[in-house]
Write a protein that binds this ligand. Structure first.
Ligand SMILES: [Zn+2]
Ligand SMILES: [Zn+2]
Ligand SMILES: [Zn+2]
Length: 151
């Protein structure tokens, strides 16, 4: 994410009545810096802690909840019971899909919605307007697939 994305994010936050404090800024900075990654509260805590040893994990958790309620952060719940967080991409009204490797746990993203025809069918058949979705695919990433084929 470049500087201008960062700015528009902070503008969006201000519009939502979001108050900037040092600690909240730290959480945001980490999410911007590690965009494309999916970080747990613990991951974010460990990154910030190296700079600000006094920060508490509860502060980070509360900040993430605020950002989530404002619709600025996506939450990805995995089977290990940990939620991962990422910034909502500015031009995304339906959430992107995630590919989760059952072997190494790597999380990759699918570009594009790709569900337009399914969403249209649901609208026609079920009279239901799809506004968003959380789609997780489980399988093997390229690296793990190659290792399992070599055996
Ligand atoms: Zn969609
Ligand atoms: Zn893998
Ligand atoms: Zn994602």
């Amino acid at each position: 994410m470049d500087q201008s994305d960062d700015l528009s994010l902070k503008e969006r936050l201000k519009e939502c009545g979001y108050k900037f404090t040092g600690q909240r800024n730290d959480v945001l900075d980490v999410l911007v810096k590690y965009s494309g990654r999916h970080l747990s509260t613990e991951d974010i805590y460990n990154i910030i802690k190296s700079k600000h040893p006094k920060i508490g994990i509860a502060t980070i958790y509360r900040t993430l909840m605020v950002l989530y309620r404002l619709g600025l952060v996506n939450k990805l719940d995995l089977d290990d019971g940990l939620s991962r967080y990422e910034l909502v991409k500015p031009n995304e009204d339906h959430q992107h899909h995630h590919l989760i490797c059952s072997n190494c746990g790597n999380i990759a993203e699918v570009e594009g919605d790709l569900l337009e025809s399914l969403e249209k069918q649901i609208f026609l058949k079920n009279k239901f307007l799809v506004k968003d979705h959380h789609l997780k695919f489980y399988g093997l990433c390229e690296k793990c697939r190659q290792i399992s084929e070599d055996k």
